[in-house]
Design a binder for this molecule. Structure first.
Ligand code: AHR
Length: 517
């Protein structure tokens, strides 16, 4: 890979300011300048959400496995619960995904043995309905995570969506809430986050509509849902169809135009992969996420520009991940999407998380898709589980990258790929929470460590420095049952004064956590 040299590059919108100075082509030194007053806005905890869908073994055999010696009385896998707790999941999306577009929630309440099995067309299976609204919301309570329900705006009706909100949130005495009480839940759960369908721009979606038709249909659902509970926050289905020739931004604009008075978020999705086995190209994938966010933010701002009421619509990046190997895999005739992750995938996930933090002013929700077995950080069999490589960057971000997102000044050499120009070898985001500074750094270089000088403009390092590093013997290294070769290695160091020298090893993700004074 050839090093690039540029004098000044400043990225658009909310990305970190990146300054590069010309120097010898083989000089891999970097500098990261931190001014704790230079922030772009609060990092919403809901950036560290996850997603469970009725798909393959995500719920059935992952989250929930009745009769397993590893499950508790409610049917939840105890080992999975513990692994999920390690991710500090802030927001859990359910029941899909594509599944949600033909899911009729009334099928999933009442005594489990009486619930009707239904043909499931999104993933080609039979849905038992043994895991339904109560099982999901009780699971979220058990995890102390915020639930996010995606309503069926594919084959579902306005009334069905409205009554789901009523069932979950109303304290009134109605026929619908009597059903809830009869099913064992006296008080409403008060679910705040509701999706107005999933990927409705995709021809693969059951009930797919044009942007106009979706905008009109979703508006009527939104009104009824909001009038049932004024506290709900509504998330419209934004673009996910990035096929050649599709103007995905036009979908977003049309949807926001129709729904601007009712929605709080517009959802967008992105999956990336390495089909040509090109490490440099793959590691630059976060550029795609930057682009989706920045383009969508501009579209939203454009639609809302004429308003004087300060109305805001944020981005919900409610599906993102690496996903390209297990696209068509099947087990006993049903699609299972059991992607196995290696170190390079974990590094890409860390860059995607950097992109989310570097756009924290406009992105306020994000959900890694998904949580268990299906394109997931946690992988089970009937005997136990192991943590996939992508578990570790998500865990480090969710636990530590809080407070305000920092605009950093990063001076680092870059490289060119077939698709991208001047991709910085160090991909960086920063967070400041009181006196705690967190820097998230991916070294995209496959072979070389990079020495960096980290300097503070307005503070000093106050002693202890936590260093958490995700790395492994090579970029294809992967974990498995009984084998953990990619994990977090943690150590502490000392940091004092205004500057700190740190070497970021080849193909690594490092999170530095420093107390400042
Ligand atoms: O997460 C897997 C699938 O990817 C989801 O069901 C769908 O929304 C997306 O296309």
């Amino acid at each position: 890979m050839k090093l690039t040299r540029r004098t000044v590059v400043a990225t658009a919108l909310a990305s970190p300011l990146i300054l590069r100075t010309a120097r010898a082509a083989n000089d891999l030194r970097a500098s990261i300048k931190v001014d704790t007053q230079n922030t772009r806005g609060a990092i919403d905890r809901k950036l560290y959400g996850n997603f469970i869908e009725h798909l393959g073994r995500c719920i059935d055999g992952g989250v929930f496995q009745e009769g397993s010696r590893l499950s508790n009385a409610a049917g939840y896998r105890r080992d999975v619960l513990e692994a999920v707790r390690g991710l500090d999941v802030s927001l859990l999306r359910w029941p899909g995904g594509n599944f949600s577009s033909n899911y009729h929630w009334l099928d999933g309440i009442g005594p489990r043995d009486d619930r009707p099995p239904r043909l499931e067309m999104a993933w080609g299976t039979v849905e038992s309905n043994r895991f339904g609204t109560h099982e999901f919301l009780d699971y979220a309570e058990e995890l102390k995570t915020e639930p996010y329900i995606c309503a069926n705006l594919g084959t579902g009706t306005w009334t069905e969506a409205q009554q789901w909100v009523e069932y979950c949130n109303s304290a009134e005495d109605t026929a619908v809430t009597r059903m809830r009480r009869k099913n064992g839940r006296k008080d409403p759960w008060k679910v705040t986050y509701w999706g107005l369908g999933n990927e409705m721009d995709g021809p693969w979606q059951m009930g797919h509509r044009s942007a106009e038709d979706y905008g009109k249909f979703a508006l009527e659902a939104a009104k009824l849902m909001r009038w049932t509970d004024p506290d709900v926050k509504l998330i419209a289905a934004g673009s996910s169809n990035y096929s050649a020739g599709v103007d995905w931004s036009l979908w977003n604009r049309t949807v926001v135009e129709h729904l601007q008075n009712y929605i709080d978020y517009l959802a967008i999705h992105l999956y990336v992969g390495n089909p040509n086995d090109d490490f440099g190209e793959f590691l630059a994938s976060s550029r795609l996420m930057d682009d989706k966010i920045e383009t969508t933010a501009k579209v939203i701002a454009g639609v809302l520009a004429g308003r004087t009421d300060g109305r805001k619509v944020h981005i919900a990046f409610d599906e993102y991940n690496v996903w390209y190997r297990a696209r068509g895999d099947k087990q006993r005739g049903r699609r299972i999407l059991e992607e196995r992750y290696n170190l390079e995938d974990a590094l890409v996930v860390a860059t995607l998380l950097n992109s989310l933090v570097n756009h924290a002013d406009v992105v306020k929700i994000a959900n890694m898709a998904q949580l268990v077995n299906v394109i997931a950080p946690i992988f089970t069999n009937d005997e136990g589980l192991f943590l996939q490589t992508i578990y570790y960057p998500l865990q480090l971000f969710a636990r530590n990258a809080h407070g305000n997102s920092l605009k950093l000044e990063v001076d680092v050499p870059g490289y060119n790929t077939k698709q991208w120009h001047d991709v910085p070898y160090l991909d960086v985001s920063g967070a400041i929470d009181g006196n705690t500074l967190v820097l998230n750094v991916v070294n995209r270089h496959k072979a070389e460590g990079i020495d960096a000088t980290i300097s503070l403009a307005d503070k000093t390092f106050a002693g202890t420095l936590g260093v958490d590093e995700v790395n492994g013997p090579d970029v294809k290294a992967a974990n498995d049952f009984g084998k953990t070769v990619v994990r977090v290695q943690s150590r502490t160091a000392r940091a004092q004064g205004k500057t700190l020298e740190h070497r970021f090893p080849a193909h690594s993700f490092t999170q530095l956590k420093a107390q400042l004074a």
